[in-house]
Design a protein around this ligand. Structure first.
Ligand SMILES: Nc1nc2c(c(=O)[nH]1)N[C@H]1C(S)=C(S)[C@@H](COP(=O)(O)O)O[C@H]1N2
Ligand SMILES: [Mo]
Length: 256
């Protein structure tokens, strides 16, 4: 499936275009290239949905498969006094804000999240850099949170605002954020995880709460989630492409 998809995508772009573009900011910022990338992304999403079905589950593994060492990547700590104060207090004063295009904005403590029905899954995390690790994640389904908040009719995407600033920029667009559409938000394996391998999520892996969206690449799995915002477009976020890495030329959808 992945090879088939790659072939089709490479064909659509004409040979090695994809490779040449990866990680090349000046080229990938041009409108023509963005247009081609945009269309290929649409094709990617279309193919995934047609070939696999929108609610296909990611493979789940057994306890014996859990990686002994789970690599931490991107931000592994948060350089923000408010976050550090919350961490020192064991996140007892931390709250998850849920707002935007919802009927009832929420402010949920970790205890409240832990009191909700939970889901545990052992899955493989695939980073775009070419490494994978298997871990066990427990948390609350994003669908449960959204049901609690209620969506407004215009709702289209769920945005995760994170505590960490991965890149220091003059326009302050370096704060990590991610977003997914409502189909992936409703997927049974899409959870907000507070436990990893049976223990509270370590700071390096996104304490106190991180996203698991198991049919997508690692960078979609936002760590240090402070706020969930429901939106109808990306225009008011970062540089407007829906995620920290999408703003920097990577694919927004990032399905695997
Ligand atoms: N807030 C935040 N979330 C993030 C990142 C980050 O830098 N900041 N890095 C992403 C990337 S590229 C990967 S591969 C995974 C790494 O998760 P891990 O540290 O648990 O391995 O987190 C993703 N989520
Ligand atoms: Mo990654």
């Amino acid at each position: 499936m992945t090879i088939l998809r790659r072939r089709l995508l490479t064909g659509a772009l004409g040979g090695g275009a994809l490779l040449t573009l990866a990680g090349c900011d000046s080229v990938s910022d041009s409108p023509e290239v963005q247009d081609v990338l945009g269309r290929v992304e649409g094709l990617d999403r279309w193919l995934q949905r047609r070939l696999q079905g929108r609610d296909a589950l990611a493979r789940e593994f057994t306890a014996a498969d859990i990686s002994r060492e789970f690599r931490a990547n991107g931000s592994t700590s948060v350089d923000d006094p408010d976050y550090q104060r919350l961490a020192e207090g064991g996140f007892a004063d931390w709250r998850l804000t849920v707002d935007g295009l919802v009927q009832r904005p929420l402010s949920l403590s970790l205890a409240e999240l832990r009191a909700m029905p939970s889901r545990t899954q052992i899955t493989r995390h695939d980073c775009v850099e070419g490494w994978s690790c298997i871990g066990q994640w427990s948390g609350v389904r994003l669908a449960s949170i959204l049901a609690l908040a209620g969506l407004q009719p215009a709702a289209r995407y769920v945005v995760f605002h994170c505590a960490d600033t991965l890149e220091r920029t003059l326009d302050n667009s370096g704060q990590y954020y991610e977003s997914i559409d409502l189909i992936d938000a409703a997927h049974p394996q899409t959870i907000l995880a507070y436990d990893m391998n049976g223990a509270p999520l370590p700071v390096a892996h996104g304490a106190p709460l991180r996203v698991r969206v198991e049919r997508q690449l690692g960078y979609k799995m936002a760590k240090y989630v402070m706020r969930i915002e429901v939106v109808d477009s990306f225009s008011s976020l970062g540089r407007g492409r829906g995620s920290f890495w999408a703003d920097r030329g990577y694919e927004w959808y990032a399905g695997i």
